[in-house]
Write a protein that binds this ligand. Structure first.
Ligand SMILES: O=C(O)CCC(=O)C(=O)O
Length: 266
C-alpha cells in the first residue's frame, strides 16, 4: 500500500520535483485560505512577530503557530504520505511558512538549492523535501517558482549561469499552477522564485520536511501551544519532541477512501 505511485516515484527520482494537482479539496482550500488571511492580519498587526517584511516578499515564519489547521496541514494526505515514502520513517520538520509575493515583485534571490551541508554526498542522499501548497492561481507571469529538473543530482561544485530572468534558464520549468495544487522539491534541486509581473499576489503555504535527527531551523522551535497540539506520536516526532535516535512513530499507510488522484506533471 503506497501513497506514491510508481510513476510519481520515478518522476521525482529523475527530476527532483513533483506536482500533485488537486492536492486540496475545494473545502480545504477555502478553510486554509481563510486561516491564512487571519494569520496575516495578526502578523501585520504585530511587527514583533517573526517574519520577513519586504516590498518583494512577506514571509510569515512558523505558520503552524497560527492555528490548528496549519498543524493538520503538516499531515495532509496524500502529500504527507508521499513525503514520508520519499524521506523515510525518521521524518521530521525543519520549517513552515506562509509566503505572500506581492504583485510586481521581482526576484530577490538567484538560483539556489536549500541543502547546504558540506560533507554529505548529495547526489545519492535526500536530506530535505520542501512542499508548496498553492493557495491562489499562479498565472504564467505570476512569479511561479522555477525549477531546474534533474539538478538534484548535480555535483556540489557545479555553478549555474545565474540568469537575471529565471524563467529564461534553459530546460527550466515553471510552477504556474492552479490553486489547490501542491509541488514538492528535493532539497538539492536548483530553483528560483520567478518575477511576479502579474497584478496578483502569489500565496504559498510551505513545509520543509527533513529527518528527526536534524535540528529544526532557528526560529521554528515549537511554542508551548504547539507542543500541546502534538497529540499523536507522529506529530511529536515531526516537531522534534522524541528521541532523535529512538524508534520511529507508526504511520498508517492505508490509502484514504477519498484519496485524491494524483497526476504527475510531465
Ligand atoms: O518563493 C519561491 O518560489 C521559492 C522560494 C525559495 O527559494 C525557497 O523556499 O528556498
Amino acid at each position: 500500500m503506497s501513497f506514491l505511485t510508481e510513476a510519481q516515484r520515478f518522476f521525482f527520482e529523475c527530476h527532483g520535483y513533483l506536482v500533485v494537482h488537486d492536492a486540496l479539496s475545494p473545502e480545504r482550500l477555502r478553510d486554509v485560505r481563510a486561516a491564512c488571511d487571519e494569520a496575516e492580519a495578526i502578523w501585520r498587526s504585530d511587527v514583533e512577530r517573526p517574519g520577513v517584511r519586504r516590498w518583494d516578499l512577506d514571509q510569515i515564519i512558523a505558520i503552524m503557530e497560527y492555528g490548528p489547521i496549519f498543524v493538520e496541514m503538516l499531515l495532509h494526505q496524500p502529500i504527507f504520505g508521499i513525503v514520508y515514502e520519499l524521506l523515510g520513517p525518521d521524518i521530521g520538520v525543519l520549517d513552515h511558512d506562509y509566503f505572500i509575493t506581492p504583485a510586481g515583485a521581482t526576484i530577490h534571490k538567484g538560483w539556489h538549492y536549500d541543502e547546504g551541508f558540506p560533507g554529505v554526498y548529495h547526489p545519492m542522499s535526500r536530506l530535505m523535501i520542501k512542499v508548496f501548497y498553492v493557495l491562489q492561481d499562479i498565472p504564467p507571469d505570476g512569479g511561479a517558482t522555477v525549477m531546474l529538473p534533474g539538478s538534484h543530482r548535480f555535483r556540489h561544485d557545479w555553478k549555474l549561469p545565474n540568469t537575471e530572468v529565471p524563467e529564461e534558464m534553459p530546460n527550466s520549468v515553471k510552477m504556474d499552477l492552479p490553486a489547490g495544487s501542491a509541488y514538492l522539491m528535493a532539497g538539492r534541486t536548483f530553483h528560483c522564485v520567478g518575477n511576479n509581473l502579474s497584478d496578483l499576489q502569489r500565496k504559498l503555504l510551505i513545509y520543509t520536511y527533513g529527518h528527526k535527527w536534524m535540528r529544526i531551523w532557528d526560529g521554528y522551535e515549537p511554542s508551548e501551544w504547539l507542543v500541546a497540539q502534538a497529540t499523536t506520536p507522529m506529530l511529536r516526532q515531526l516537531i522534534g519532541l522524541t528521541d532523535p535516535y529512538g524508534p520511529n512513530a507508526e504511520m498508517d499507510l492505508e490509502i484514504p477512501s477519498q484519496r485524491v488522484l494524483a497526476q504527475v506533471a510531465g
